[in-house]
Design a protein around this ligand. Structure first.
Ligand code: PHE
Length: 454
């Protein structure tokens, strides 16, 4: 017997949960490095283009489909047309893949949070991370055994995921988002204020934002912008459709899409400013350029930052604890959303009880994630992150816009969202969904394939 569909307690609860899904590790771990390596300030041109030509229109589309057809992705799309149910399972597979490596990074954050109380990574955070913590001295293909602290962290994350989703939409996800999101914002603001008041912070910010206009001629930069916006807004993973299916009949969907995108964007800038201000201070104190201290996303969080905290005295301990708590809180609200998108699809398809599905799913998820507690974890992370960003979610975005733009008729969704929204969207949205988004995403995909096989 299928349980009757749950509902959010309030529109605010829904918004916080949706923003909680969007604001995640990608904002803190990915965004600052993506901006830095793709032209600095100049990256903002493709970034905002991606937000307005794909991010927000697809968010409205996903909210609209979920709300109108009242189901998780496979159910909603099968209600659009029976033939499209398979398309609804695709984002669920992407979510499952993201969830595996996401729980690994979250587990690292748990460990580093405990280490930051006494700066337990020692003087050489680089060697500590690769050799002592990840035990990477062996080749990834050679099984080097389970790394127990990582496995324990992964277990903890799955228990938290289970606990929140088991309690359901209102008592679980909504409540957790209402607590974690405000805390996250306050912690990030403290980090930013401390960061920008450090000596040398401006050097970091100049490095981050100085535009290298040459870069926007590079198609790879545009791919990165679309990939970042999709990943960051949790588009193409079934989450936003699932979340909006729990909304009451009358809710301002259009306004919610804009609010989600702007809140996420604001948080992205906040963390980029915090991260680069701190890196600038470190470079200045060591008399080197910021370029010499910047490493890729993972390296930033788990190598460069611990290094900074080591040389900072007691503020290093405080910032360390705040920074890793921030990563954890941001990541938990996102990983819970991934668990929910997958569980809801199974519940909708087979009419099973939430508690049963969530429990089995979390157990299976934990077992699969154990692979990430071996020396192959980092290697797999690279492959999966690349696959998901360049193909997984972009293909879903492309197919969604094709189905609604060409098979259904964008007016069906636009009329639905406009009827219940105070903020109305015009015909421009139809044009974006029908022509602009599919064209840009096809170009992005072709370019990704060319780069891959070059
Ligand atoms: N949006 C999350 C982030 O920025 C990542 C995520 C992607 C979460 C897709 C859920 C689904 O980190």
């Amino acid at each position: 017997m299928q349980e009757s569909r749950e509902q959010w307690g309030s529109k605010m609860g829904f918004l916080l949960a949706a923003i909680g899904s969007a604001v995640g590790l990608g904002n803190i771990w990915r965004f600052p490095y993506v901006v830095y390596s793709n032209g600095g300030g100049a990256f903002l041109i493709p970034y905002f283009c991606a937000i307005f030509t794909a991010g927000i229109p697809l968010l409205i589309l996903e909210y609209g489909i979920g709300h109108k057809f009242k189901g998780s992705t496979p159910l909603s799309l099968s209600r659009v047309n029976k033939k499209f149910e398979w398309l609804g399972w695709w984002p669920i597979i992407s979510s499952a893949i993201i969830l595996c490596y996401y729980s690994m990074i979250l587990s690292w954050s748990v460990k580093y949070l405990t280490l930051s109380f006494n700066k337990g990574w020692g003087q050489d955070s680089d060697t500590f991370f690769y050799n002592d913590f990840l035990k990477l001295s062996e080749s990834p293909l050679h099984f080097g055994g389970i790394v127990w602290p990582i496995l324990m962290g992964i277990a903890l994350i799955w228990i938290i995921n289970w606990f929140i989703c088991y309690k359901g939409i209102k008592a679980g996800i909504e409540k957790a988002s209402k607590i974690l999101l405000p805390c996250l914002l306050i912690i990030m603001i403290i980090i930013v204020i401390r960061g920008v008041t450090l000596k040398g912070a401006e050097v970091g910010l100049n490095t981050l934002f100085t535009p290298n206009l040459e870069k926007i001629k590079d198609p790879q930069v545009w791919i990165s912008a679309y990939g970042q916006v999709f990943f960051s807004l949790s588009i193409g993973t079934g989450i936003m459709m699932t979340y909006s299916s729990y909304l009451p009949p009358k809710t301002d969907i259009n306004n919610s899409a804009f609010m989600t995108a702007f809140a996420n964007c604001g948080f992205e800038f906040l963390s980029a400013i915090g991260v680069f201000a701190i890196l600038g201070a470190m470079a200045t104190s060591q008399g080197v350029s910021v370029d010499e201290v910047v490493t890729s996303g993972i390296g930033l969080a788990f190598i460069a930052f611990p290094k900074v905290f080591t040389i900072m005295g007691v503020w290093g301990n405080i910032l360390g604890v705040l920074f890793f708590t921030c990563l954890m809180f941001a990541g938990i609200t996102s990983s819970v959303s991934l668990v929910e998108a997958i569980s809801a699809s199974i519940i909708d398809k087979f009419g099973l009880k939430r508690k049963k599905v969530v429990t089995i799913m979390c157990l299976v998820g934990f077992l699969i994630s154990t692979v990430f507690a071996t020396n192959a974890g980092l290697y797999l992370l690279d492959i999966m992150d690349n696959f998901i960003n360049n193909y997984g979610i972009v293909v879903v975005g492309l197919l969604e816009s094709f189905v609604i733009g060409w098979v259904l008729n964008p007016n069906v969704i636009r009329d639905h969202t406009n009827a219940i929204s105070y903020f109305k969207i015009g015909k421009w949205w139809n044009i974006i969904i029908k022509y602009i988004t599919p064209t840009l995403l096809t170009l992005t995909l072709i370019q990704s394939l060319i780069t891959e096989f070059k």
